[in-house]
Design a protein around this ligand. Structure first.
Ligand code: MN
Length: 362
């Protein structure tokens, strides 16, 4: 275990033991990493014999089917609660642990952060001006997932239901690494291997990732229907040298409502094609909300591009946002303009070139 991880463990144990109650929260519209790591942290509270709660305020109908399945199975056992219950239960000695998230606009209790004296953040996403002020944090973008962090924390403990918990944490890692294709280090494999040895069930993990037949059809249509995907070429001399960026939205029926997961999956799928060095997929998730998912192979920083929009941002290769808008085509136009404007000035490009040459010398 690295020193950073050891420190986190010491700090977490100390603060959990001191707190009257512990609330654990992941990002809105939870995925396997945020919910899996939250359940893992709740297990840590149970090991330390402290009352812990997981706040999940999203409506059931908006949850991904796999997430809904986990919630239904574990709601009672691991005290998954809504925001209202958190408001009733919190007091001046409560501890909040944020996992898989560090930004205020991505959690359901952002209006109540001032009322919580101690906050610990454990995350693998970039920080920015919206990052919540915390008492202690471990934020490391080189770690694959929050589940990888929590798995390491739990490895030295014995606890009931271990196989199931290890399966959930493995699901988090599998999701965020795209099955070990991205953000994967030897440590990630190490942690995953240990989860398997403790009984993680890959059949169960795979079952969580099954998609609905109809949903896959909807995603394929979004990508492939004539005219839905536009490819923009950014020529040499711009930030990307020659790079193709794709923009996908339902142009025939722009008001169609999509699930966030459908938009994210479509953006992932686009990167499998040679035509896309970066992909942006836009869709209404509500009549007045346009959700964007942005993906990149790495040399286009989509997080930086998305930062232009309110409530948006992310990592270099994986970003997104929820924009308040009714006109999706206007949002796309703004996005395209943002990419043009974001191109560096001549001088900055010189700097980038110099950097590359210096690297080659090493
Ligand atoms: Mn994650």
């Amino acid at each position: 275990m690295s020193d950073k991880m050891k420190n986190l463990k010491i700090k977490l144990e100390e603060m959990i033991k001191k707190a009257s109650s512990i609330f654990i929260i992941g990002h809105n519209e939870p995925d396997f990493d945020s919910l899996g790591s939250a359940i893992g942290l709740q297990v840590l509270c149970q090991i330390l014999q402290k009352p812990g709660y997981i706040i999940l305020d999203d409506e059931d109908i908006k949850l991904d089917p796999g997430i809904k399945k986990i919630k239904d199975e574990y709601q009672k056992k691991y005290h998954i609660i809504k925001k209202e219950e958190f408001l009733e239960k919190k007091d001046r000695h409560s501890l909040l642990i944020m996992t898989d998230v560090n930004k205020d606009y991505m959690i359901s209790i952002k209006d109540y952060l001032q009322e919580i004296p101690n906050i610990i953040i454990l995350d693998h996403h970039n920080e920015d001006e919206h990052t919540v002020k915390s008492t202690y944090k471990l934020i490391d973008t080189n770690i694959s997932s929050a589940s990888e962090i929590v798995a390491q924390l739990l490895h030295s403990y014995k606890f009931p239901n271990c196989k199931k918990i290890c399966s959930l944490l493995l699901a988090g890692i599998v999701l965020d690494t795209k099955r070990y294709m991205k953000n994967t280090t030897s440590k990630t494999h190490d942690v995953a291997e240990k989860l398997m040895r403790r009984g993680a069930d890959s059949d169960y993990v795979n079952s969580l990732f099954l998609t609905e037949f109809a949903q896959d059809g909807k995603i394929q249509l979004l990508i492939h229907s004539k005219g839905n995907t536009i490819v923009q070429e950014y020529a040499q001399g711009t930030l990307f040298d020659i790079r193709n960026v794709t923009f996908t939205l339902n142009r025939e029926n722009p008001d169609m409502i999509y699930h966030k997961v459908e938009i994210a999956t479509a953006a992932d799928k686009m990167l499998k094609f040679k035509i896309a060095d970066a992909s942006f997929v836009l869709g209404h998730t509500e009549p007045s909300i346009v959700t964007i998912s942005a993906r990149s192979r790495g040399d286009i920083d989509v997080g930086e591009i998305m930062k232009h929009f309110k409530n948006s941002g992310g990592n270099k290769e994986n970003a997104g946002g929820k924009i308040e808008a009714t006109d999706i085509l206007a949002v796309e136009k703004e996005l395209m303009q943002q990419i043009e404007w974001g191109l560096p000035k001549e001088k900055e490009r010189e700097k980038i070139k110099v950097k590359k040459i210096e690297k080659r010398k090493d």
